[in-house]
Design a protein around this ligand. Structure first.
Ligand code: GLU
Length: 276
């Protein structure tokens, strides 16, 4: 049964064949139920207008269409995250009110040092090796109530040891353990912007998304996001995580990967049908 979905590109580079695969699957699965185009442009200087235009043009060239988006409007406008910050602040307030988030002044370096200290028992992060699991020792015992986030990052207090299990349309049953696979995660950045997890949940809820289709690299994020849905008292969407596309050498495609952007393949004479 088709379900209302979304395409959520981050305009920090050109879309590659991995994005084409994810977005084509999202398009097919949402057929007739509504599809939102949402530009995830919170990462200020790295997001560029030319990549917003390129993403829209490349997806249209592939034959994908959407029913709401930045260039066509719709009932859930605006469709650019950089224009939705008042809503994210509202969600921050709801989380603060239920006491599940706390201010965390620790830098990335503090976290790395604490995570590698000899007494620290947390395991390496198997899902994102570059990102150590936040050590529980850095979580404060208490903190005062706040009415604004202020110039500090805020983290979500995860239930250490709890197994979060969900069904995925392509991956089947997926489980992640809080405190083992991921730790207290940032929901609000010290530069006064929401972190990805908060913005994604806030928008998928507000835009009434019924099924989230995105890359498998976000499976652990889904476990984190399920904790946010629970804390906010919202029912989560269904999930469909798509396989990652690798290049001939077996490396996952990244924005910097040359030669395999939708544009490159188009310039090399491929048709949308061949690509799909
Ligand atoms: N904006 C993210 C990306 O381009 C996708 C996030 C999501 O689908 O939740 O990788």
């Amino acid at each position: 049964m088709p379900r209302r979905g979304r395409l959520a590109p981050t305009p920090t580079g050109l879309l590659h064949v991995g994005h084409a695969q994810t977005f084509a699957i999202a398009f097919q699965r949402a057929a007739g139920a509504g599809l939102v185009m949402r530009i995830e442009d919170l990462d200020g200087p790295r997001c560029r207008e030319e990549f917003v235009a390129a993403a829209i043009e490349d997806l249209r060239w592939l034959g994908l269409t959407w029913t709401e988006g930045p260039e066509i409007g719709g009932p859930h406008a605006p469709y650019r995250q950089s224009e939705r910050t008042a809503w994210y602040l509202d969600v921050w307030r709801r989380l603060e009110a239920v006491g599940t988030i706390y201010p965390s002044p620790h830098s990335r370096k503090d976290v790395e040092e604490a995570a590698s200290a000899p007494h620290e028992t947390s395991r390496p992060n198997v899902h994102s090796p570059a990102e150590p699991i936040f050590p529980i020792a850095l979580r404060p015992a208490s903190w005062p109530r706040a009415s604004e986030p202020g110039p500090v990052a805020w983290r979500f207090k995860v239930p250490y040891g709890r197994v979060i299990t969900f069904h995925d349309a392509l991956c089947g049953q997926v489980s992640r353990t809080a405190g083992v696979d991921f730790g207290d995660f940032v929901v609000w950045r010290r530069d006064a912007l929401p972190a990805y997890e908060l913005a994604a949940v806030a928008d998928d809820h507000a835009m009434q998304i019924e099924e989230v289709v995105r890359g498998e690299d976000l499976l652990t994020s889904t476990a984190r996001q399920l904790l946010l849905y629970e804390a906010l008292g919202w029912s989560p969407p269904d999930w469909c995580h798509t396989p990652l596309v690798c290049d001939a050498a077996g490396h996952r495609l990244a924005k910097r990967t040359g030669g395999l952007t939708i544009r490159d393949l188009r310039a090399a004479g491929k048709s949308p049908q061949e690509l799909l």
